[in-house]
Design a protein around this ligand. Structure first.
Ligand SMILES: *Cc1c(COP(=O)(O)O)cnc(C)c1O
Length: 376
């Protein structure tokens, strides 16, 4: 069993992926070839945002979003300490300071009720993360941001394809960022990412920053980066988009089966009724995590921990939050455990994983949990 099964995905779309790659090799426009604009059009349509700008990674998307907004030294950006490091890293890379706000225990997403207390005259933006594939409470976050004149950048690296109150992730705030890292719900075969916005001026800024701040060839009107997504990677995402809607359905099928079997017995980070998740991860909370992992591992079931140490406790970041405690993030970091999930995971494997989790968690809680009957 694979934690994320990219091989089955490739085999199910092999001809399409191969022919898209071959087309790039044939035309030879490896940088800014026609597939780049084609993908940007498809992704903008998908999200409903007016503009999409592809970039070299999800991390670069966050950096470019902050640069386009003019966030830099002397500024503060409010974000969550319970995320992949890139979220806070991007803030530091542009010279600004991340200010952390703890997360909700039920979703692992930033707790909107705690944001206002951390806004200062130096605050410029809020970066909520759509953790594990589920958007944060974007309505509440946008309302606070509007009241204080702040931008909202959705870190949607894990959530392309998710929705919040009927709107697509990427199109939920001032700017949306996503990643096409291979293991994300929509991945390429290398590094890639995208920015979304419906603001014309920001879109222009992001397009220019992506290519060294260039407004015309060799005319550099602002500071930029080398942040293009290459044509081959765009071609691969275009091929994978053909099956993406089906894959998202299958991800939800797997998650729904896990929900039925696990939710009554084990705490899980659940999807809220006004949202949908693409389940970049299906994550349960367990005590004695290492013991549970060992039991699952010996049953041939791979698991992962996203993330074992919150950002405010990372060696290179601890000075930013000296003495500050984020108890929910710290508790989640100690207990989260992500289970195998991919669109190609057979139902029998889902049941095997869920039963093994129930048994392992039961062992650590005194053997009180019985395995569940196989579901049809
Ligand atoms: C993966 C990820 C990123 C970074 O994306 P890359 O494409 O790997 O640079 C940023 N934020 C979150 C929440 C992620 O999961």
């Amino acid at each position: 069993m694979q934690f994320i099964d990219l091989k089955s995905q490739y085999h199910s779309s092999r001809e399409l992926i191969n022919s898209r790659i071959q087309a790039v090799l044939d035309h030879g426009q490896y940088i800014m070839g026609p597939e780049v604009a084609e993908l940007e059009g498809r992704l903008a349509d998908y999200t409903g945002a007016r503009h999409c700008v592809t970039v070299s990674s999800g991390t670069e998307a966050l950096v470019i979003a902050l640069m386009a907004l003019g966030v830099g030294p002397g500024h503060e950006v409010i974000t969550t300490p319970f995320s992949f490091i890139a979220t806070a890293e991007a803030v530091l890379l542009v010279g600004a300071r991340p200010v952390f706000v703890d997360v909700e225990p039920g979703t692992g997403n930033i707790d909107a009720r705690l944001i206002a207390a951390r806004i200062t005259p130096a605050t410029r933006a809020i970066i909520p993360v759509s953790l594990y594939g589920q958007p944060a409470d974007m309505h509440a976050i946008n309302r606070i941001a509007n009241r204080h004149g702040l931008a909202v950048i959705e870190d949607g690296a894990q959530s392309f394809g998710a929705t919040y109150r009927g709107l697509q992730s990427g199109n939920l705030s001032t700017i949306g960022c996503t990643s096409f890292f291979p293991s994300k719900p929509l991945g390429c075969y290398g590094d890639g990412g995208a920015l979304f916005t419906s603001d014309e001026a920001l879109a222009t800024a992001m397009r220019e920053i992506r290519i060294h701040g260039q407004s015309r060839r060799y005319v550099h009107t602002r500071l930029g980066v080398g942040g293009r997504m290459d044509t081959l990677q765009c071609a691969i995402v275009l091929a994978k988009l053909e099956r993406f809607a089906w894959e998202v359905e299958q991800r939800r099928r797997v998650a729904a089966a896990y929900d039925v079997m696990l939710q009554p017995h084990v705490p899980v980070l659940a999807c809220q009724p006004d949202r949908t998740s693409v389940y970049a991860q299906y994550t349960v909370l367990v005590d004695e995590r290492e013991r549970v992992r060992e039991i699952l591992d010996s049953a041939g079931i791979p698991t992962a921990v996203h993330y074992p140490l919150p950002i405010h406790q990372q060696p290179a970041y601890a000075h930013l939050a000296a003495g500050e405690r984020y108890p929910v993030s710290e508790d989640l970091a100690a207990r989260v455990l992500s289970l195998p999930l991919s669109p190609y995971l057979p139902a029998a494997d889902v049941h095997r994983v869920a039963n093994a989790v129930l048994r392992a968690a039961g062992v650590t809680q005194g053997g009180s949990i019985e395995p569940v009957e196989e579901l049809g």
